[in-house]
Design a protein around this ligand. Structure first.
Ligand code: SF4
Length: 352
């Protein structure tokens, strides 16, 4: 499709809250609300890469799934080419796009490809299934040719040999290449790669990321890349001139170009991620730049700025007021320190 400046995906003030009911063996009958994602706005453009980083439980996977329509938000909106996907799903949209179009255009590659590939089917059959959906006009031979050429393209040679194997006869890296091929066969606009290289042997991760970047350009696709590793996030995002979004406790703390996030982070939490990633060769020394290690409970997140209980720069103003997002070109940061006139600077430092 043409690039008219409309984002392929636009997330506006997205909120995902889950009800967590007590189990049979738990006391009490109070249902708790887990605030997995709160107030996140992100645009994904044509041929874009948006990478989400943050510690485990920060909401990056929930946000990714919400972006591609696998999770319904409890607030805000997710738009595909300017149309609310849940209005399309509910039949309340006059867009010339069906829910099936949306689901086809927004694909996912899971962390563990083995669990998403049917163990009882050969690779050829696994890949023929999605192809049947998008190209029902193709005959058996044409389908086989397309599958073989894509397997070759993702480095699985000899392709006929791999096409006839079962998933368990492949390595983790080969399974991930099949998962990537399956997503690409749908001709998607966006692929959510959820920790997609974590299952790949460390020595092959760069090769896998290079392959994904090459295919991104070839297939005119955008990626939402989720990683707990800032070093991989930097590699993948910088090569595509994309953006890294840093998530903390369900919120977007900072988002901007990869090198700016890594070399000149503006949010104190990004500094922590940088410190915790030795591969970045930034010669980070000394203590971790954080007051407390424990992650607060997402059922009852801290008031004001959610990072204030751990932030080394926190002041009293951070306890009561939620920081807005301050923007400077492509770099957006949710921290009072970006506003030199804010009361934050006059308020006493938190020390406990
Ligand atoms: S708003 Fe305050 S607590 Fe939050 S990151 Fe900035 S300085 Fe730290």
């Amino acid at each position: 499709m043409s690039d008219d400046g409309t984002p392929v995906l636009s997330l506006e003030d997205v909120e995902v809250h889950f009800e967590d009911k007590p189990g049979l063996l738990e006391f009490g009958d109070e249902t708790e609300v887990v605030r997995a994602v709160d107030g996140v706005s992100i645009d994904v453009m044509e041929n874009d890469v948006v990478t989400l980083v943050g510690e485990s439980g920060c909401g990056k996977t929930t946000l990714g799934k919400t972006a591609i329509g696998l999770q319904r938000p409890t607030g805000g909106s997710v738009k595909y080419r300017g149309h609310d996907i849940w209005d399309i799903r509910d039949g309340n949209s006059d867009a010339d796009i069906t829910w099936r179009d949306v689901r086809t255009s927004l694909q996912i590659i899971h962390q563990d490809p083995g669990s998403s590939l049917n163990p009882n089917r050969r690779i050829q059959t696994i890949l023929a299934e999605p192809l049947k959906q998008v190209r029902p006009d193709l005959g058996r031979t044409e389908k086989r040719e397309r599958i073989l050429s894509l397997l070759e393209r993702v480095g699985m040679n000899p392709a006929p040999d791999f096409a006839d194997r079962y998933p368990h006869q492949l390595s983790g890296g080969e399974q991930q290449r099949v998962a990537l091929s399956r997503a690409l066969l749908m001709n998607p606009d966006v692929i959510l790669a959820d920790e997609a290289i974590s299952a790949v042997d460390v020595s092959l991760r760069v090769e896998m990321m290079d392959l994904m970047l090459e295919l991104q350009a070839e297939f005119d696709t955008s990626f939402i890349f989720i990683s707990h590793d800032l070093s991989n996030a930097r590699y993948f995002t910088a090569h595509a001139d994309g953006q890294i979004g840093v998530m903390y406790l369900g919120e977007l703390a900072e988002i901007g170009p990869a090198e700016e996030i890594v070399n000149s982070p503006k949010h104190p939490y990004t500094n922590v991620l940088r410190w915790a990633t030795p591969d970045l060769s930034l010669q980070q020394t000394g203590e971790i730049p954080m007051r407390k290690i424990d992650v607060p409970d997402p059922v009852d997140p801290p008031s004001g700025c959610r990072f204030h209980t751990r932030c080394p720069e926190a002041r009293e103003a951070c306890q009561t007021e939620h920081p807005p997002t301050y923007s400077d070109d492509r770099h957006h940061v949710a921290c009072f320190r970006e506003n030199e006139d804010h009361d934050y600077w006059e308020s006493p430092k938190l020390t406990d």
